[in-house]
Design a protein around this ligand. Structure first.
Ligand SMILES: Nc1nc2c(ncn2[C@@H]2O[C@H](COP(=O)(O)OP(=O)(O)OP(=O)(O)O)[C@@H](O)[C@H]2O)c(=O)[nH]1
Ligand SMILES: [Mg+2]
Ligand SMILES: [Zn+2]
Length: 221
């Protein structure tokens, strides 16, 4: 008997639900970004600052993913933005199904952008599509400039890379040009934003990019 090669890609359950999520975002004209990094690189600090700085320009909602606690959702709540906390109870990434439930709890008819803060993990979340339009990877200078080379998957898939905590650059051996070069080898279209979510240095370019992404998305048919 001959072997028949089946070429058709079989979608995983997660991929199927992620496609439904992306339809839901499109129907509601909401750009969705999936923010990924190792624990403590500054995702929540950056999100809170971005929301505050863009308050009068766009409407942002947040889905927070953590293994436990609603600490991050509480921090986002202080900005006044709508936020939903998902606890994965041990899982090291968010699933499309969790996002599907999260979307239903957000006031989506009032939003232009949903940012998902994924569980702190530089490896696993990049393998699970959530229905987002793009991934944003956050790398802080305290983690070392070799991370793009050592953990290539997320840097290859991301639309933008934040190099956070540049206020600490004098105290750590982080070569920004090396990190940029290694990430660009993996992904020539990657937009790179060195900034400090603490002091605000470099935030303008990042904020401008976000507004452009929203505008481009909303212009699409
Ligand atoms: N110096 C400095 N510290 C920062 C900066 N951004 C964040 N931090 C600090 O880094 C620590 C971690 O920041 P978070 O925003 O909680 O990081 P996170 O990525 O959301 O962490 P998880 O959700 O646990 O993965 C906090 O103590 C922040 O105050 C920055 O730009 N410069
Ligand atoms: Mg956080
Ligand atoms: Zn995982």
């Amino acid at each position: 008997m001959k072997n028949v090669k089946i070429e058709k890609k079989i979608l995983s359950e997660n991929e199927k639900i992620s496609i439904q999520n992306s339809f839901c975002f499109a129907q509601n004209n909401i750009l969705c970004l999936n923010m990924i990094s190792s624990p403590g690189s500054g995702k929540t600090t950056l999100l809170a600052r971005t929301i505050n700085e863009l308050k009068n320009k766009t409407r942002i909602g947040v889905i927070e993913g953590d293994i436990q606690t609603d600490i991050d959702a509480q921090r986002i709540k202080e900005t006044g933005a709508p936020v939903i906390q998902i606890n994965t109870e041990g899982a090291c990434h968010l699933s499309a199904e969790q996002i599907s439930r999260g979307i239903k709890l957000l006031p989506i008819d009032t939003l232009d952008l949903i940012i998902i803060e994924n569980v702190g993990n530089l490896v696993c979340p990049s393998a699970f599509e959530l229905g987002e339009s793009g991934k944003v990877v956050v790398l802080s200078v305290a983690e070392g400039d070799d991370k793009p080379a050592k953990y290539p998957s997320i840097f290859a898939k991301a639309k933008a890379m934040i190099i956070n905590k540049i206020d600490l650059i004098e105290h750590v051996d982080f070569d920004i040009e090396k990190a940029k070069k290694d990430a660009t080898i993996l992904n020539k279209d990657l937009k790179i934003f060195p900034l400090s979510a603490k002091t605000g240095q470099g935030m303008d370019q990042w904020n401008k990019w976000i507004l452009e992404q929203i505008s481009n998305y909303q212009k699409q048919e």
